[in-house]
Design a protein around this ligand. Structure first.
Ligand SMILES: C[S@@+](CC[C@H](N)C(=O)[O-])C[C@H]1O[C@@H](n2cnc3c(N)ncnc32)[C@H](O)[C@@H]1O
Length: 260
């Protein structure tokens, strides 16, 4: 049983968020490779079909929230059989698979890694800037990142449908993979004296932006090639992450356009 909330984008009908109700329907969604964004299961549910679902979740490493039936009834009046899944409206990719196609086009990778950006509007605004600037992909962690939901998509003006989003298990591992692939890691952070304008972005580059609360993880800072600070002259300690992303991305674009 499916319920599609659809939006219109340049006359095209697109899926923006999709809920799947019922155990069998959720099993089919997982089997067909759909990305489960969140999964709600009624507390105390049992039965052979549910056991089948549970083992499938284990096999795919998917987590779920156990909730009272009242919560499920508030989500839908349809017969949910104690299980509701929210399916991702976008298809996530992996940077390992994507990287060769960037080189094949003769382009120099410009990537953006978001280390725990959790605000959906920041995510949307960053995706919009990245898409407009021609960034090749956004990399996010599987856990601890903003959900790509209708609010994020709306704020992105549809950019989240256009720019590849790579969802990776570990950003540390992905960072190491990028280094091995000859891509420099540039951490955008207010916690350095090194200016964002002194970094050379002409080679393959991944710009790393930090979480709204704690910034970029120590692990990523440790392995990164450069730290880059946008100068600040006021009293507030940091800029908004989406504003910062725009400044750093456009410095990279400016340098590349001028052949600096
Ligand atoms: C709101 S800030 C995080 C501040 C947080 N209190 C911290 O401890 O890092 C979110 C992200 O925006 C970026 N950012 C904010 N101000 C910046 C600046 N002046 N220069 C470069 N990046 C900045 C960084 O990537 C930072 O991790």
């Amino acid at each position: 049983m499916q319920n599609n909330f659809q939006r219109h984008d340049r006359g095209e009908k697109r899926e923006s968020n999709q809920m799947v109700f019922g155990i069998r329907a959720v099993i089919e969604a997982i089997d067909s490779g759909k990305e489960i964004e969140s999964l709600f299961i009624q507390r105390g549910i049992s039965g052979s079909l549910f056991l089948e679902l549970k083992s499938l979740l284990k096999e795919h490493g998917l987590s779920y929230q156990q909730v009272p039936i009242e919560k499920l009834n508030r989500i839908t009046r349809k017969n949910h059989q104690g299980v509701i899944a929210v399916i991702s409206p976008i298809i996530y990719q992996h940077i390992e698979d994507l990287l060769p196609s960037i080189y094949e086009k003769g382009e120099t990778p410009l990537l953006l890694m978001l280390d725990g950006v959790t605000d959906v509007r920041n995510m949307g605004a960053i995706a919009r800037t990245a898409e407009c600037a021609g960034v090749h992909a956004i990399i996010v962690p599987k856990k601890g990142s903003a959900e790509i939901n209708p609010d994020a998509i709306k704020t992105s003006a549809g950019a989240l449908y256009k720019i590849p989003v790579c969802r990776e298990d570990s950003l540390g591992k992905t960072g190491r993979f990028l280094i091995e692939s000859g891509i420099q890691l540039v951490v955008s952070t207010e916690k350095t004296k090194d200016s964002v304008y002194d970094v050379d972005y002409s080679g393959p580059t991944c710009i790393i932006m930090g979480a709204e609360d704690v910034g970029v993880s120590d692990d990523l800072i440790r392995i990164s090639d450069k730290l880059a600070k946008i100068p600040m002259y006021g009293e507030i300690g940091s800029l908004n992450v989406s504003v910062s992303a725009a400044v750093v991305i456009y410095e990279a674009i400016r340098q590349r356009a001028l052949g600096i």
